[in-house]
Design a protein around this ligand. Sequence first.
Ligand SMILES: Cc1cc2nc3c(=O)[nH]c(=O)nc-3n(C[C@H](O)[C@H](O)[C@H](O)COP(=O)(O)OP(=O)(O)OC[C@H]3O[C@@H](n4cnc5c(N)ncnc54)[C@H](O)[C@@H]3O)c2cc1C
Length: 507
Amino acid sequence: MNISIIGAGVSGLAAGCYLQMSGFQSKIFERHTSYGGLCTSWKKGEYTFESGFQWLLGSGPANPFYQLWSELLDMKAIPFITHESRMDIEVRHTQSLKGEKVFRLYTNINKLRDYLIETSPEDQLVIEKLIRSLRQMQSYEIPPMIKKVPKLLPLKEKIKYIRFLPLLCFLNRVKKETNYTFARKLKSPFLREAFELLFDGDELPLMIVTMPLAYNDLQAAGYPIGGASLFVSRLKDKYLSLGGQIRYNSTVRKVLLKNDRATGIQLENGEEIQSDIVISAADWHFTVFQALNGLYVNKTIRDLGSQERLKVYYSLFIVSLGIRRTFEGESHFLRFPLDQDLVSPDSTSYSRLEAHVYNYDPTLAPQGKTVVSVSFYTRNADFWITLRETDRVRYNKIKNEFAEEIIDIMEKKFGRIKEFIDEADVATPATLYSYTNNWKGSAQGWLPGKNLIARSPVEYTLPGLKNFYYTGHWCIPGGGLPVAIKSARDVVQIICYDTKQGFGIDQ
Ligand SMILES: Cc1cc2nc3c(=O)[nH]c(=O)nc-3n(C[C@H](O)[C@H](O)[C@H](O)COP(=O)(O)OP(=O)(O)OC[C@H]3O[C@@H](n4cnc5c(N)ncnc54)[C@H](O)[C@@H]3O)c2cc1C
């Protein structure tokens, strides 16, 4: 049985691996000249610029995603590092009892506890409660639905889920806490300001930060040395070693249909490729509304398409610099306030800036040199996408002018930047969109809603359409690499079930 996969991102490659392991013959069609999708880095001169990959959930055995990654990769051979601090936040209005302006979110939970209590002894009770919930997060056994698709489980298996009730109750309780509600419980103005700035001023569920923190502490949410490209190249090699094939420069235009069954794909050049099953691991909006012409939708899908049900995740404007100097002692990830608000050409106003100093990965720059990047989140990707499509000269001009402004700010903050720049690169939301086709240049699919543990409204199949499956980071709000691999694995299990073939992995 042969299967066409659209897209060689992490999800497409993972789906391909699981298919090959389960006895199917698959071929991936990728529009770009290379694999990886959003999980990428690129070379400029002596430097490798990272797309922004910071952490992999399941980098160590304490998190169940480790088992999934290990099915496809030799995880023991990948060196991961856990930063001492997940991020450092420079506050504007307050200071700690010691007169410090920078809040450090330590990844070691004991260290975090001691630091927070030392910073504000009068908040000890609230802090102890936070630490207890982090420890509790670590202690729960994660339900097997990470590995098994709930709808494929027999009733007697589902009944066993009752033992996960305490976890569900715990999640139900903590999901309501946001960084703002937590900040309001604190007496220390410094800690209050820092927690309010955890998401650069936005109010989001605190669990978005505490959950990875719990696994950082257990060495299970680390950064792979070599960055995104090296990590994803291992996945590509695995797929090819299993007999899978990738065709680059092959943009899929349509999914071919006959009697409400997918029968193959049509490429931009008109070429048609027949297959028994089609999997799309490409952008969700493109898949549903262009490749399938919006023919297989229901109210939920229409509401997703109009962003009434969920909002699209932020896109990014990233300035990457290859700098001829070291940054000893500098934070690897610092958010700091600006002297005056910076208004981006897309009209988003920023009062703070986020700088990444990749001084911990020696593979990205030669000795004595460093890659530094600055990223800005935006919801107005359309501005950049339209401008790039309609007026490339103006697009280049204003993105470079904006980048210059950012370099000036970096110069003021860190010193010795401008005259030491060897290489510079500017990626806008239009870059993310043009390289990966993600709707509105989204970095991680959908933005999580308030209810983090609610069932995702995105399905792996579409109503009324047979022999077609969907996988990728759009499948569960919040996206990211864990969703990319889990959705791929789920989809292949469902295909195995539908075609009465054994799944290639012992569970
Ligand atoms: C700056 C940044 C930092 C991030 N940091 C992290 C992190 O630290 N940890 C984490 O877990 N996640 C992180 N993410 C998110 C993570 O990279 C993505 O969620 C994940 O890579 C998505 O994988 P995917 O395979 O689902 O989709 P994609 O990566 O979007 O892959 C889709 C593929 O399909 C191809 N394609 C699209 N349309 C077509 C077509 N018509 N024909 C053929 N091919 C097509 C694309 O070219 C692409 O290769 C980050 C993302 C960004 C942008």
